[in-house]
Write a new protein. Structure first.
Length: 487
């Protein structure tokens, strides 16, 4: 066919498709199984298949038919009307044949995974609830397991399964798990985590993980590194939402709430936690016990103990950043007992080289301290530009130990002040309040005129006042410029 005629027909078809709201259906009708879907677009062959025409570069169109890129499609049939699939099928998308089927969803899904080549492949699970009686095992690289949506595609542990729902047999790489709900059914199990993880360079996105007897996501010391967790929600697990013991990991827009222990319990080379929402957990919100960590943005609230707890008693925490986080109303277990941000280490190991900056801390009836440096094993920390005006019941910033701790420009905790003071004729000293949060470490005072009959001056100071002394009555009023700092 003449390309111009084909082009006009294609445009006409697209217009009709738009009018009936079925552009993707038109595309599928025209292209059938010969459609090519790549990362750059959807392509359909010309009528003589001599060339391919670009139909769409819209990622929505590309994702509208995920079956087209799947190795196997998992679907089921509800035979008794209870809303749970009783017969499960695995369709081979290359042959179009039902290759595996049975009454046990875990077995059928595992058969499809096992049938993938060593180069991996993609398992697409259609909407529905699937009861999982044994762990689904990741046993090779390059596997994708994908549902339609966590709203309508659920893998649920069977009563008495007492196992992890998805687990790795070894440290496999480039795994992607997405668009699923994982339900641990903890009321009817005594063990099991949602994803028991040993992989590297994986992507885990758009997941809802809940009600596991152990952790939502669990990565042990033998596990993997350099994974991405994107919009993963982990809640109501008996232990932690995220329990990570190794590696560089990234968490973007993740939520961890109402877990029995920690929202996120992290230990590893570098942990990046970006815009988390961590609230209502049984212990602390984010608990870091080693490695390096950056917590950027987000909301940490209403946890029973500390909002953020860095603890170097097990291993060193080298380089950390807590910036731009709203931390509010933690210490719910007991008011005036736990802190918004709590740093502790005996040294060695140390908590070394960190910044706590631009956070808003709100907990005037809850937190003991807004920021608390607990003991000597903390060093080289800058605390700046945090709003701690309503941070705590006790001191908004409290340093009980550590070295090279610099505190600057925190509203609610004044560390720098200056002004003038006038020593009156007939006196030899003038005392005034400095307004600083604690005893200053540096105080300077200089007269603006000569001292009259006096020949020299000196200053003394404590936690509340500065006093300027002269050695004799100057015989006139003398004004001093003064400045005080807490370093």
């Amino acid at each position: 066919m003449n390309p111009r005629i084909f082009g006009k027909a294609l445009i006409l078809g697209l217009v009709i498709g738009i009018l009936v709201g079925a552009v993707p259906a038109y595309i599928m009708a025209q292209t059938n199984s010969k459609t090519r879907i790549t990362e750059t677009g959807i392509y359909a062959p010309s009528l003589n298949a001599s060339q391919y025409w670009l139909l769409s570069t819209n990622i929505t169109d590309i994702l509208a038919y995920p079956e087209q890129t799947a190795s196997y499609i998992i679907f089921g049939r509800d035979t008794n009307g209870d809303g749970v699939y009783d017969v499960i099928y695995a369709k081979n998308c290359s042959s179009g044949e039902i290759e595996f089927s049975g009454t046990d969803a875990a077995t059928v899904i595992q058969q499809a995974i096992d049938a993938l080549p060593n180069s991996g492949g993609r398992i697409f699970i259609k909407a529905g609830e699937y009861i999982i009686s044994s762990a689904i095992q990741i046993n090779k690289n390059y596997i994708t397991i994908e549902g339609e949506s966590p709203i309508n595609t659920c893998l649920k542990l069977a009563d008495g399964a007492n196992c992890n729902l998805i687990e790795f047999t070894a440290n496999w790489g480039l795994i992607r798990i997405r668009h699923l709900e994982l339900d641990g059914n903890k009321a009817n199990n005594v063990a099991g985590s949602g994803i028991y993880h040993g992989g590297y360079n994986g992507i885990y996105e758009d997941l809802v993980i809940h009600d596991f007897k152990e952790h939502g996501i669990e990565i042990l010391e033998t596990g993997g590194t350099n994974n991405r967790f994107i919009m993963v929600e982990s809640y109501n697990n008996d232990k932690s939402g995220f329990y990570v013991r190794k590696g560089d990991q990234r968490y973007l827009l993740c939520r961890a709430f109402s877990n029995g222990e920690y929202g996120m319990q992290l230990y590893g080379s570098v942990q990046y936690v970006i815009e988390p929402f961590v609230f209502g957990n049984g212990l602390s919100g984010i608990y870091v016990t080693g490695g390096a960590v950056r917590i950027l943005g987000g909301n940490i609230a209403t946890n029973n103990r500390h909002g953020i707890h860095l603890n170097a008693t097990e291993a060193g925490i080298n380089i950390f950043e807590i910036r731009g986080v709203l931390i509010r109303e933690n210490s719910k277990e007991s008011a005036n007992t736990y802190d918004a941000i709590h740093l502790e280490g005996d040294g060695p190991p140390w908590i070394s080289v960190g910044i706590i900056s631009e956070n808003i801390i709100d907990g005037s009836t809850d937190h003991r301290h807004g920021i608390y440096i607990h003991n000597i094993g903390v060093r080289r920390v800058l605390i700046s530009d945090n709003d701690v005006r309503f941070a705590s019941v006790s001191e908004p910033i409290y340093v009980a130990g550590g070295t090279d701790i610099m505190i600057r420009r925190n509203p609610g905790y004044l560390t720098e002040n200056s002004g003038t003071a006038t020593l009156l004729n007939g006196t030899t000293s003038i005392a005034f309040t400095h307004g600083l949060a604690s005893t200053p470490t540096v105080v300077t005072a200089n007269p603006t005129t000569d001292l009259g009959s006096a020949s020299y001056w000196w200053v003394t100071y404590n936690s509340t006042h500065i006093t300027i002394h002269v050695n004799a009555d100057p015989g006139k009023d003398v004004t001093f410029n003064w400045r005080a700092e807490v370093n």
